[in-house]
Design a protein around this ligand. Structure first.
Ligand code: SF4
Length: 417
């Protein structure tokens, strides 16, 4: 454990046992977003089980993810896993002509046996491109947290984005379609564009990138993707994330400034949605005001959520834990946290549990693995993974986001009378 006080807010750094999901989880929201892509996990039965239970079993639709199971012979090096993989890909693409992009997703088992998926993607691309583009990335659980799966996926697409010198805005990070539409409407009214969303709804519809591309991050866990886009010439717009009224306003304003949009026009454009959000929030603020909050590190959304819950909902932050802090992407958020906040990076789960038990917070945000035991101890919890799966960004989702936290507190109140 070490204390890093190089910024205004000191950070408690911990390295110990961690309780997080792996990056395969990202397939759940990525496959819903990119409707023409298929995610083929190259892994074990455990990986297949994880992804199936995380995504739910789809009965009515052909799934757009699957697992090429590495059998015992593959794992023992007795069979040529590459041959097996080629066979599975052949079968899949023959059966599913709707697939335009195939992601080979690495896992712990494929990494342990050092299966070179980059080479496999190249080899298979020679046969299937241009009908199908084949890319690869790692969703392995080793040294990652679950949202990093999206980062590695998007990074794998950056080299194939077309080049362009046109001035444009690229919103980076998966957003629900409904939120994308809301933001697009605001950008259109502002007169700002062209605007591209990355990842796109169709994996073949890739956004262009170049020296005049302004990057506006919609998700805080895209460190590698952001750096790869900057290397391609993009400029990162500094802003907090579009969570809550304050975050959404500052996020939109950052883009508006890059387009020299007149402030009066900006304020007028956002006013109706901003007012709706403020009115909607008021109802839940009353339940949340003054309640204490402890966030365990899990999704990488912890810092923006803590900022929203403390500044707009009046919650008191006991500890804000996050898996890692990338200052380039997080500084604008950290500077909005109360200066006396306990910010922790990484995890030593037993120590952190001790701190939470001692503090007895009104609400604890944590991963699924910790939620049940803590509930059994009488603590009120919120699954952090739910916040990644739910549409929470933007003005129109602000009240819903506050409600996600207010509801368990209300339930507890009702049960205790
Ligand atoms: S990738 Fe690793 S951590 Fe994730 S399900 Fe497979 S074996 Fe488990």
């Amino acid at each position: 454990m070490a204390l890093d006080a190089c910024t205004e807010v000191p950070v408690l750094k911990e390295r110990g046992q961690r309780e997080v999901f792996c990056g395969l989880t990202g397939i759940v929201w990525l496959h819903r977003k990119m409707q023409d892509a298929f995610f083929l996990v190259v892994g074990s039965r455990t990986c297949a089980h994880l992804i199936q239970s995380a995504a739910g079993v789809m009965i009515f639709a052909e799934p757009r993810f699957g697992t090429a199971i590495l059998g015992e012979k593959d794992l023992a090096g007795l069979a040529d896993a590459n041959e097996e993989l080629d066979r599975v890909v052949d079968q899949l693409l023959a059966r599913r002509p709707d697939i335009s992009t195939l992601f080979l997703v690495g896992s712990c088992p494929s990494e342990v046996i050092k299966l070179d998926l980059a080479r496999a993607a190249e080899r298979l691309s020679e046969r299937f491109f241009p009908q199908v583009r084949i890319l690869n990335y790692s969703g392995s659980g080793i040294e990652t947290t679950f949202t990093q799966g999206e980062d590695t996926c998007l990074k794998s697409m950056v080299p194939i984005l077309p080049s362009s010198n046109e001035k444009s805005l690229m919103v980076v990070g998966t957003l629900a379609d409904v939120i994308e539409d809301q933001f697009r409407k605001i950008f259109d009214t502002l007169g700002l564009g062209p605007v591209y969303f990355f990842p796109p709804r169709r994996a073949t519809n890739l956004p262009p990138v170049g020296k005049q591309t302004h990057l506006l991050l919609a998700q805080p866990f895209l460190s590698e993707t952001a750096r790869a886009l900057i290397q391609r010439g993009g400029t990162l717009l500094e802003a907090p994330y579009p969570i809550g009224v304050e975050g959404t306003t500052a996020w939109l304003e950052s883009a508006a400034k890059a387009w020299n949009i007149n402030n009066e026009h900006f304020q007028k454009t956002i006013a109706p949605a901003k007012e709706r959000a403020q009115i909607g929030l008021e109802r839940y603020r009353q339940s949340l005001d003054g309640k204490s909050l402890f966030l365990f590190p899990d999704s990488q959304l912890e810092i923006p959520l803590a900022r929203f819950l403390s500044r707009e909902c009046g919650m008191e932050l006991v500890e804000v834990g996050t898996p890692y802090i990338d200052r380039m992407l997080m500084q604008n958020e950290i500077s909005l946290l109360p200066s006396d906040v306990l910010l922790s990076e990484g995890q030593d789960v037993e120590r952190q549990l001790d701190r939470a038990r001692l503090a007895k917070p009104d609400m604890t945000v944590c991963g699924l693995g910790l939620a049940n035991p803590l509930e059994a101890e009488g603590m009120t919890t919120k699954w952090s993974i739910e916040l990644v799966f739910s549409p929470i960004q933007g003005y129109d989702q602000t009240a819903d986001l506050a409600e996600l936290f207010a509801r368990p507190l209300e339930r507890k109140k009702r049960l205790s009378v």
